[in-house]
Design a protein around this ligand. Structure first.
Ligand SMILES: *[C@@H]1O[C@H](CO)[C@@H](O)[C@H](O)[C@H]1NC(C)=O
Ligand SMILES: *[C@@H]1O[C@H](CO)[C@@H](O)[C@H](O)[C@H]1NC(C)=O
Ligand SMILES: *[C@@H]1O[C@H](CO)[C@@H](O)[C@H](O)[C@H]1NC(C)=O
Ligand SMILES: *[C@@H]1O[C@H](CO)[C@@H](O)[C@H](O)[C@H]1NC(C)=O
Ligand SMILES: *[C@@H]1O[C@H](CO)[C@@H](O)[C@H](O)[C@H]1NC(C)=O
Ligand SMILES: *[C@@H]1O[C@H](CO)[C@@H](O)[C@H](O)[C@H]1NC(C)=O
Ligand SMILES: *[C@@H]1O[C@H](CO)[C@@H](O)[C@H](O)[C@H]1NC(C)=O
Ligand SMILES: *[C@@H]1O[C@H](CO)[C@@H](O)[C@H](O)[C@H]1NC(C)=O
Ligand SMILES: *[C@@H]1O[C@H](CO)[C@@H](O)[C@H](O)[C@H]1NC(C)=O
Ligand SMILES: *[C@@H]1O[C@H](CO)[C@@H](O)[C@H](O)[C@H]1NC(C)=O
Length: 422
């Protein structure tokens, strides 16, 4: 009898402690009410909607409809804690991108804002913030973004920011993805004068600074050597040259071997392959388009130097026939290139035969050159683009040799009246 009472009593006490703890947590943890989001976070989101941005396209029309901000569109909450963990405020690009019924071009929707309101810093658990494609009207990226300490993903690409990138971003030590790509529309409007803050991002894996003017930076090498986890780096149209990335580093072969994806297009590299790429032994994607690679080098040697690369883009590099004159005959064994872009170059006359020995090739883009004769069969090729060349007759293309292709694009040649594409 006594035992039963004691047992019940202990259980009651336990239940009470549990209830008190829960009540305490609910009151103390930011005014959470049952099955709703945190009041403070709800108000912060509404403040952002009403005072920071203009929402002419009704992207945030569901915000404020219910009291539970976790049910609002573009807001993601943690199921257990009900904290806001993600905001997907990227421009909503219409999937169809077609004319609507009255014949008007359907506009993409986006937000317009003067600044990101400080209210967002109240979202203390925010991990994923996507503001891409909105129009922040050439304001600076606010420093306060550095206080969103839990961020893993930050996308500010194409959002019309300008001015210096705030060093405070270096405080986001959990960040894995940082995308501030501002090319092509606002290229060089943003800039950085110093990159030492980047070393604070020790978990970063993906960095895109394309279109950010980095030409004045002395310590750009930090980007390559100080972040142990970084494997995707895009620095397209950053005003970067050999002088920025050419300096040697004691452990470079080890540190550079982690890179898989490198975009250095539209910069000021000249003539030769930037030497440090040779130490990027895991590289599978390399884009050097729109650099002036016109100095005499051999394409084969070039390919042999980057044996791991499977996608190579050399569009608009002023490449000429002389770059394809053969030097090594053992080239076949080395090549792993599947996708090769040689569009917008100076290749004229006969097809560069050295490419026929690239048995790994799956797609080849030779559009916008001056080829006019004899395309040979390239055994494993699926896709060939030779549009905008100088072919006069369909016989010159050698189309009967190309039956294995899934896609052949020959439009915009001088072929009499013919326009082929399948
Ligand atoms: C949350 O509760 C505290 C005290 O319980 C109160 O002072 C505060 O104003 C409340 N905050 C909101 C946003 O309602
Ligand atoms: C943020 O919103 C508040 C209103 O809640 C407003 O007073 C303030 O000016 C805004 N700040 C910025 C930087 O837009
Ligand atoms: C950032 O957003 C843009 C536009 O929505 C998208 O194309 C891009 O892939 C995003 N970047 C990353 C790293 O997810
Ligand atoms: C945030 O970054 C700035 C500039 O890099 C620095 O001065 C500041 O101490 C940092 N704050 C915190 C809390 O780490
Ligand atoms: C080079 O690597 C060694 C051994 O891994 C390390 O002790 C040293 O600090 C590294 N040096 C630099 C400059 O990173
Ligand atoms: C490549 O790595 C080797 C070995 O660590 C080093 O001696 C050389 O300087 C590196 N080259 C470049 C361009 O970083
Ligand atoms: C590219 O470089 C070559 C050789 O250095 C030079 O003759 C040519 O004018 C350059 N082309 C452009 C467009 O800069
Ligand atoms: C291929 O050519 C390179 C450079 O001429 C040479 O070092 C290498 O031994 C050759 N490889 C084969 C398999 O013949
Ligand atoms: C093909 O192009 C080469 C190099 O530009 C030129 O010399 C040749 O005359 C052209 N042939 C024809 C048939 O147009
Ligand atoms: C292609 O490779 C074969 C054998 O490996 C060689 O005999 C031939 O010269 C090569 N052709 C070109 C254009 O490099």
């Amino acid at each position: 009898m006594w035992n039963t009472h004691w047992g019940l009593g202990i259980r009651l006490v336990f239940v009470c402690i549990l209830l008190v703890t829960m009540a305490h947590e609910c009151a103390g943890g930011g005014n959470l009410t049952t099955a709703s989001c945190y009041e403070q976070e709800r108000l912060a989101l509404l403040k952002f909607k009403l005072h920071s941005i203009k929402d002419d396209h009704g992207m945030l029309s569901s915000w404020g409809v219910s009291n539970d901000c976790c049910t609002w569109e573009r807001v993601g909450c943690d199921d257990a804690t009900r904290r806001v963990v993600s905001l997907h405020l990227g421009e909503k690009v219409r999937e169809d991108k077609l004319l609507d019924r009255v014949g008007l071009l359907v506009e993409d929707s986006y937000l317009v804002g003067g600044s990101i309101n400080s209210s967002l810093t109240e979202l203390v658990s925010l991990k994923h913030l996507d503001m891409s494609g909105n129009d922040f009207q050439r304001s600076r990226i606010p420093k306060l973004i550095g206080s969103l300490k839990q961020l893993r993903y930050l996308n500010l690409s194409g959002a019309c920011f300008r001015g210096n990138i705030p060093h405070e971003i270096g405080n986001l030590s959990n960040l894995k993805v940082l995308d501030i790509n501002s090319s092509p529309y606002d290229s060089q409007e943003s800039m950085a004068d110093d990159m030492s803050w980047i070393s604070g991002l020790s978990k970063l894996e993906h960095l895109d600074l394309s279109g950010v003017d980095l030409s004045r930076i002395q310590n750009l090498d930090n980007l390559l050597y100080t972040i142990p986890s970084l494997f995707t780096l895009s620095l397209s149209a950053c005003g970067v040259s050999m002088a920025h990335l050419g300096s040697r580093h004691p452990n470079s072969s080890k540190e550079l071997s982690k890179f898989k994806h490198l975009d250095l297009s539209e910069n000021d590299f000249r003539g030769q392959l930037p030497g440090l790429i040779l130490n990027m032994t895991s590289l599978s994607f390399l884009d050097l388009s729109k650099n002036n690679m016109s100095m005499v080098w051999s394409f084969e040697n070039f390919i042999n130097m980057i044996p791991s690369v499977s996608e190579l883009r050399l569009s608009g590099c002023w490449i000429q026939n002389i770059n394809f004159s053969p030097t090594n005959l053992n080239f076949t064994t080395h090549s792993t290139i599947q996708h090769l872009d040689l569009s917008f170059n100076e290749i004229e006359g006969i097809f560069p035969f050295v490419l026929t020995n690239m048995t790994s090739l799956v797609s080849l883009d030779l559009s916008v050159n001056k080829l006019n004769s004899s395309i040979p069969a390239i055994p494993y090729l699926n896709k060939l683009d030779i549009s905008w060349n100088s072919f006069r007759q369909i016989e010159d293309v050698g189309i009967w040799r190309q039956c294995h292709l899934q896609e052949l694009i020959v439009s915009y040649n001088y072929l009499e009246g013919e326009r082929l594409a399948h």
